[in-house]
Design a protein around this ligand. Structure first.
Ligand code: XLS
Ligand code: NI
Ligand code: NI
Length: 439
């Protein structure tokens, strides 16, 4: 099989060289076999490459033509073109030791308007991907269907007012699930890109959300019927491309899953830049998911503090990621997912090696954040300060309250009998400095 590609000429396997290294094509922090808190870094972080940004995005923006020119795009036959692209993708992932990848159906192979033909194309590429997976050991973290690019989805897919558009969405999900299952994919993602509205004036919100729930139920039932054992993830985002997206944020999605009896099969895939668009920090979204036992996976990227859209830049903020890794470690890690780099290099990053710099930076920052978070937890002062804040609920009246043993009148009597509470500092700055001390 001629799967071997040499697109990234002159770049070999990226290895761990340690913090003394100034080699830009080496890891300084990510040492995949290093044991941290009982697991290797590789097992903790479960890095994945996002097929769409790295091998489909071409640098084009609303103001300008593509700047990333991929040779395979000139191959006339869709399946051959897709195979050539896949060869390069696996060359890249192997050189970076990325253990996982993620894709949408249309990232893998171009689709037409013919449902049966699309299924055939995807099957051909599924067989090809399986060979690549066997040769490289790289695995599929999750698959998904793109239900937002085609014009038939301009009013949504599962929430489209036209049933025929919904049916097309279902056909795509069925084929994408078949591919995911055939490839041993560990999870399946739903990002509701256009599942929302542009104007409430033409929208029956209640009916659309019920359709979305029914759609998710039949999709789950199909995959389970085919023997899929993995998790289904919902990826919240508040808006863009719709004005309002129904999967607004983690709290909204959790309420939706509960209302429609989907909590047993679905959990959350949290994206950094979606959290910030929703007016939250990434850490907030992680904590909401973790507290509900629904922290499944993350889409790693970052926004731009001055821009109000999903800029999908590669992560590089050690403070933010250290705080995020604290929550992830305390939650016991990901529920079946990992860290998918849903991020793209900039339009003017046009050297083949820019894709390496981007991923190396992201992987190193997460690895470093993991070490920092682990050291903070080992040290223990951080968790102690937080639990001490709630000490008044550990015994006596506070404990009785938590156990539901006190009435409102009892609480009144305690207030009147024991007087004003003491003034106690929340010690925010102390804690911020504590985190920095470990960086
Ligand atoms: C877009 C989303 C998308 C999903 C997969 O904003 O992040 O890339 O992760 O459909
Ligand atoms: Ni995403
Ligand atoms: Ni996104």
């Amino acid at each position: 099989m001629s799967t071997h590609s040499n697109h990234f000429k002159g770049i070999g396997k990226i290895t761990y060289e340690g913090t003394k290294s100034s080699n830009p094509l080496a890891f300084r922090w990510y040492d995949e076999n290093k044991i941290v808190a009982g697991k290797t870094m590789k097992e903790h972080l479960r890095f994945a490459c996002a097929y769409w940004h790295s091998f489909c995005g071409n640098g084009g923006d609303p103001f300008g033509e593509p700047t990333h020119i991929f040779g395979w795009n000139d191959i006339p036959d869709a399946v051959d073109r897709a195979k050539a692209k896949m060869d390069v993708a696996f060359e890249f992932m192997a050189k970076l030791s990325l253990p996982f990848y993620c894709f949408h159906d249309v990232d893998v192979v171009d689709f037409t308007d013919d449902v049966a033909d699309n299924e055939k194309r995807l099957q051909a590429l599924t067989a090809y991907a399986l060979q690549h997976q066997k040769e490289s050991g790289i695995q599929l973290l999750w698959g998904t269907a793109n239900l937002f690019s085609h014009r038939r989805y301009m009013n949504g897919a599962a929430t489209n007012p036209d049933f025929q558009a919904l049916a097309h969405g279902a056909a795509q999900v069925k084929a994408a699930m078949d591919a995911t299952i055939a490839l041993g994919g560990q999870n399946y993602v739903f990002w509701g890109g256009r599942e929302g509205y542009m104007s409430l004036l033409n929208t029956n919100m209640k009916r659309e959300q019920e359709h979305l729930a029914r759609f998710l139920q039949v999709a789950r039932d199909y995959a389970r019927g085919q023997g899929f054992k993995g998790k289904f993830f919902i990826e919240p985002k508040p808006c863009e491309p719709t004005k309002h997206q129904y999967d607004y944020d983690c709290a909204t999605v959790i309420g939706f899953l509960r209302a429609h009896d989907l909590l047993n099969d679905f959990s959350l895939n949290i994206e950094v830049n979606h959290a910030t668009l929703a007016g939250h920090t990434f850490q907030h979204e992680l904590q909401v998911a973790a507290d509900a036992g629904l922290l499944g996976s993350i889409d790693a990227n970052r926004g731009d503090y001055q821009n109000g859209w999903d800029t999908d830049q590669f992560p590089n903020n050690i403070n933010e990621l250290a705080e995020a890794m604290l929550i992830i470690l305390e939650a016991g890690g990901f529920g079946g997912g990992g860290i998918n780099f849903d991020a793209k290099i900039r339009r003017n990053s046009t050297d083949p090696e820019d894709l390496f710099h981007a991923h190396i930076g992201g992987m190193d920052t997460f690895a470093r954040a993991l070490l920092v978070a682990d050291a903070i937890l080992q040290d223990g002062e951080y968790t102690k300060i937080r639990s001490d804040r709630y000490a008044s609920y550990d015994h006596g009246d506070g404990k009785a309250f938590e156990e539901g043993k006190l009435t409102l009148a009892d609480l009144r009597n305690i207030a009147a009998g024991k007087g004003e509470p003491a003034v106690k500092s929340g010690r925010q700055e102390y804690l911020e400095n504590l985190v920095n001390r470990f960086i």
